[in-house]
Design a protein around this ligand. Structure first.
Ligand code: ADP
Length: 397
């Protein structure tokens, strides 16, 4: 069974065609600058090089038409025609309280995703555009929606409610939702496999550390807390996002800098995080690691604050679960940075954590990087959200 996984952003579209039985990627790529001058598609078939095609893509439908064209083209293509694509799995950012699991898409589901757009005005409309375009071009093909928020719908009320008047939850559903759920779910299940235990027997903390970053507490296979909130702005210090701060900072900055609410929010989303802390030096952790190794104040400040916040969340979630069996690192930074894992684990002596420095130096594979006598296991697990979406889609069919 061939499953096309689609991840639509406002001006981009990432795709992978996955053989659901062997779980191998058959072809993948992305379309960039959709609706903007200079749009292009990068396409790569398994075992082949990257092909870049510059072409006008006015909207997501044009982009999907190009993707389907590439997948079926003589020579570069991987399937004879569209009937060989058995299903499409769409990544959807916000499923609100309506979706606690993935679903097959029909008109009612589309309407419900649309109703969640208020909660994710930048993301859900782009996701919907992708679904509609696919349905137009492949009307017979079943499609699934896989939500970033769904895995966290198991959080108890005390974890998802904010300390604000309850009527705002009742009226507008203002609460913690959490994101990266597909990744937290995939990594926690994989961790159980690696540790040779059932998910239902483990208390795990998953640190998804990429440009966007979040931590989750996964108790007996279910998410019981996570650091992102109503939106992906809360929690860890990220590439460009502030993460947690005193809400009064917003009013203070608006007054002192003469900015509107929207302008301050843009600063918190796009100019903050390690980019802001490093004085605008970089939001890319490779640059910051370099700067940290060279002892520059920018790199040191940003890296230390980042690692400290991760460690603080691990402490909080250990308390929330009354213990922890394993701590998992994943995503761009979590998978590839021995330094950040070391900096975080420096705080975890109270959990008996001992890193095996040789194991910790390795990259790109599932690893236990703690010593056999470590009080808590530390794991590195490369995330694979596309594969998780393909699995969910297959299961629904
Ligand atoms: P997102 O999907 O949120 O854009 P990723 O999971 O791709 O993010 O992670 C991107 C981050 O991972 C970047 O800050 C990048 O610098 C960092 N990263 C990638 N490779 C490495 C590496 N080898 N060492 C340190 N950081 C890395």
């Amino acid at each position: 069974m061939n499953i096309l996984v689609i991840n639509c952003g406002s001006s981009s579209l990432k795709f992978q065609l996955i053989d659901a039985e062997s779980e191998q990627v058959i072809a993948k790529g992305l379309c960039e600058r959709i609706g903007i001058e200079g749009s292009r598609m990068v396409y790569q078939k398994a075992g082949g090089g990257k092909q870049t095609t510059e072409a006008v893509m006015d909207d997501h439908k044009a982009a999907i038409r190009m993707v389907l064209g590439a997948l079926t083209a003589a020579g570069s293509g991987v399937v004879g025609d569209l009937s060989e694509i058995d299903a499409v799995g769409h990544r959807i950012v916000h499923g609100g309280e309506r979706f606690a699991s993935s679903v097959l898409i029909d008109d009612a589901v589309l309407a419900a995703i649309e109703a969640c757009s208020e909660l994710a005005p930048l993301h859900n409309p782009a996701n919907l555009t992708g679904i509609r375009a696919c349905r137009d071009l492949m009307p017979q093909t079943p499609m699934a929606a896989v939500f970033d928020t769904a895995f966290h719908q198991t959080m108890p009320e005390e974890a998802y409610l904010y300390g604000i008047p309850y009527e705002y939850y009742e009226k507008y559903k203002v609460r913690r939702y959490g994101f990266h759920g597909t990744s937290h779910s995939y990594v926690s299940k994989r961790a159980a496999q690696i540790l040779g235990k059932e998910p239902g027997a483990l208390k795990l903390i998953v640190c998804h550390l990429g440009n966007g970053a979040s931590v989750s507490a996964v108790k007996y296979g279910k998410s019981v807390d996570t650091s992102m909130g109503l939106t992906p702005l809360e929690g860890l210090i990220m590439g460009t996002r502030s993460g947690d701060l005193d809400p009064a900072v917003i009013e203070f900055l608006a007054h002192r800098e003469g900015k509107t609410l929207e302008e301050v929010m843009r600063i918190l989303n796009q100019k903050s995080g390690v980019l802001g802390l490093s004085g605008g030096f970089s939001s890319d952790f490779r640059d910051l690691e370099d700067a940290y190794e060279k002892n520059t104040p920018e790199g040191t400040r940003a890296m230390k604050a980042f690692a400290y916040r991760v460690a603080k969340y691990i402490g909080a979630y250990t308390a929330a679960m009354n213990g922890v069996d394993g701590i998992c690192f994943t995503a761009g930074l979590g998978e590839n940075s021995p330094l950040i894992r070391d900096m975080v684990c420096e705080y975890l002596g109270w959990l008996g954590v001992k890193l095996d420095q040789e194991q910790n130096g390795k990259r790109g594979e599932d690893l236990i990087v703690s010593t056999p006598d470590s009080g808590t296991q530390i794991l590195v697990i490369p995330t694979n959200e596309e594969l998780a979406i393909a699995r969910e889609t297959r299961a629904l069919l």
